[in-house]
Design a protein around this ligand. Structure first.
Ligand SMILES: [Mg+2]
Length: 392
């Protein structure tokens, strides 16, 4: 139809959202004291718009979007692959990994939201259809609030997740093998045997340390050990996998199909974890799923950020092929960060609801959400929240 052929992207706006946390927390690498998220809004010639989010340092993501903006304005938002390729060709000489791919991701996600709204279809339908109606979120939490006594709040925090209906919990490790082992044992005792438990060291360990921890926890029914090693060491990951029966997960620091191919070819992981807001967006994540299915490796995406990022994951997971398929399949897992984040809790409408431990996948156009723009602008007066409009 002529109407569709004539459509053009007319405006790209970025927003940096900041919120100071009421209480700082740590993971194995550094301290978190604030949330800082870069969003992008892309508007079409007919006035419709889509929202995207990048994962990474917000100011740098914003700069990348500014660089890419002239390539995207004037393009037809229905042609997401053509736009993706233009952005990639412009940047591949100097940025095949890293934050600039996050900028491409944010733009691609906003374009997919816009495309879904134009065609009045959910993103899951745009990428091939929805295999499921619900996902099973797992609680990402159990960070370190007190480095001297990291397990102080475990009982209270784990009980909170269980009372919310979570059937799976991921805890942070990376404080040293002895301490980690004690903490993992304690959490397993608190939550019992029926709740899935995953651990994440955020690449805190050397090969020997990671192997030592993996050996110690083999009887604690750990669903996966995430980022045991630094993401560059594809072959060490493979060797670790051969020497432990604890499944190894990774991929949140990887980019593009070419990077994920390294993880797959080297047999580095049992579970692949691309972050759609940084690995290249929905368009590239879909290609990564094709690669992963060729190697028989399942995907559970890394998800961190605002409600936009969570809805991106919901639509993506809806379309994920089960590996392997069978008559009675387990629920597909989705990462659902539970640490303090007002941007995640308030930015998008409608609110995310969990019922009986499951989240229903929206079947509304695009990602099925809108941004509460009162939140974007009105909260600027808040002491804790600075929201800055960067590009108009
Ligand atoms: Mg992780």
């Amino acid at each position: 139809m002529l109407k569709f052929r004539k459509m053009k992207i007319t405006k790209i706006e970025t927003f940096i959202l900041k919120d100071k946390l009421s209480q700082s927390f740590y993971f194995s690498q550094w301290k978190y004291s604030e949330r800082c998220i870069c969003l992008v809004k892309i508007t079409n010639s007919d006035g419709q718009y889509g929202w995207g989010e990048g994962y990474g340092p917000a100011e740098m993501l914003e700069s990348g979007i500014r660089l890419l903006k002239p390539l995207v304005v004037g393009e037809n938002p229905l042609e997401n692959e053509l736009i993706w390729n233009k952005m990639y060709r412009k940047t591949l000489d100097f940025a095949r990994k890293g934050v600039l791919v996050g900028s491409i991701s944010a733009i691609d996600i906003a374009i997919m939201d816009l495309k879904g709204k134009i065609l009045k279809l959910p993103v899951s339908t745009l990428i091939g259809g929805s295999h499921r109606k619900t996902v099973q979120p797992y609680a990402t939490g159990m960070y370190f609030h007190d480095l001297k006594n990291p397990s102080k709040n475990y009982q209270k925090e784990a009980e909170k997740y269980l009372s919310m209906g979570f059937k799976a919990i991921k805890m942070k490790v990376g404080l040293g093998i002895k301490k980690d082992f004690q903490n993992i044992k304690l959490v397993r005792e608190i939550i019992g045997e029926d709740i899935k438990l995953m651990i994440d060291s955020n690449h805190a360990y050397s090969f020997n340390e990671a192997l030592s921890l993996a050996n110690k926890i083999e009887n604690l029914d750990i669903s996966w050990f995430e980022e045991p090693l630094s993401p560059e060491y594809y072959e060490q990951y493979a060797e670790l996998r051969l020497k432990t029966n604890v499944p190894i997960a990774g991929g949140e620091c990887e980019y593009l199909r070419y990077g994920f191919l390294q993880l797959l070819k080297n047999k580095s992981v049992d579970i692949l974890q691309p972050d759609i807001c940084s690995c290249g967006g929905i368009t590239e994540a879909k290609r990564i799923t094709t690669l992963a299915s060729s190697f028989g490796i399942p995907i559970v995406p890394h998800t961190w950020g605002s409600g936009i990022g969570i809805h991106v994951a919901l639509q993506f997971i809806a379309n994920l092929e089960s590996i392997p398929g069978r008559l009675i399949e387990e629920n597909q897992l989705m990462e659902y960060d539970q640490t303090e984040n007002r941007i995640r809790d308030y930015l998008t409408i409608p609110k995310i609801e969990m019922k009986n431990g499951l989240i229903e996948i929206p079947m509304r156009p695009g990602f099925g959400i809108d941004v509460d723009e009162r939140f974007l602008y009105d909260f600027t007066a808040s002491e804790n929240l600075e929201i800055k409009r960067i590009i108009t």
